[in-house]
Each structure stands twice: as structure tokens, then as C-alpha cells.
Design a protein. Structure first.
Length: 134
């Protein structure tokens, strides 16, 4: 990102990348819409889909961290305090909301024969695992 000339405000419309440790020079304010678009998997139907849902509290904290990295700043969350308090603490791990076919194939390629008893960091739903093994 280029430096911002004096007297000019920089507006960056960001995706989930704003939750990473990226530093954008000149960012003083963060306006957080408090929503995220994520890819999920419906194991019953066997289809992926995109859905817009509220962010987790952890994601909101990460997003607000983009402001004030270089100089003091402020984050504005576009929700009520009551709504913020009702957010889930953390996001649903991708392993628990994704199609597992590629994961199963990768495990098999690595020599893991018993994927049903594999110690996943975030165990996937049984239906998703069964569907991936079909």
C-alpha cells in the first residue's frame, strides 16, 4: 500500500484478510460491519455453499487490531453492545464446516489408513467424514 498524502484519508474495504497480522500504513480507523462470508458444506446434500454470518468475538478483536498499529487509532463496530456480547467466542473451525474429500485423500496419500480414528485437531462431524469416505 502506498503512503497517504497529508490531508487525505485512506479507506480500505477488507475481507477476512483484515484479521491477519497485516499492517496497512496510515490506517487510523476501522469500521467493522461484523459479518463474514464463509464457505460451508452441507453433508446431507453433498454441496458447498457460501453464507453470510456474524463474525466471532475473536475475529472482531483481530479486525480492530488493524487500527492504531502505526499511530493511535480507533475501531467502530457496526453492532450494539448487546449483539457483540451474544457473538460466539470463536469461529467454527474449517474442518468442521468443509467437504472433507480432499483431506481424506491427502491423509490416505500420507499413509493414514484408519481415517475414522485419526486425531484431527478439530474433529469433523461424523456425517461429513462418512460422506467423504463414500
Amino acid at each position: 500500500f502506498a503512503d497517504t498524502p497529508a490531508g487525505i484519508r485512506k479507506v480500505v474495504v477488507a475481507t477476512n484478510i483484515a484479521e491477519t497480522s497485516v499492517t496497512i500504513p496510515g490506517i487510523v480507523y476501522v469500521l467493522d460491519c461484523m459479518f463474514v462470508k464463509i464457505k460451508s458444506y452441507n453433508a446431507k446434500l453433498g454441496v458447498d455453499y457460501l453464507t453470510v454470518m456474524p463474525v466471532s468475538a475473536a475475529s472482531a478483536v483481530q479486525r480492530s487490531g488493524r487500527a492504531g498499529r502505526v499511530r493511535s487509532g480507533k475501531a467502530y463496530r457496526m453492532c450494539t453492545e448487546k449483539d457483540f456480547r451474544s457473538l460466539p467466542v470463536a469461529s467454527i473451525p474449517e474442518m468442521q464446516r468443509s467437504d472433507l474429500v480432499a483431506v481424506i485423500l491427502q491423509l490416505k496419500a500420507l499413509g493414514v489408513d484408519d481415517v475414522l480414528h485419526f486425531d484431527f485437531p478439530s474433529p469433523p462431524p461424523a456425517l461429513s467424514l462418512a460422506r467423504a469416505l463414500e
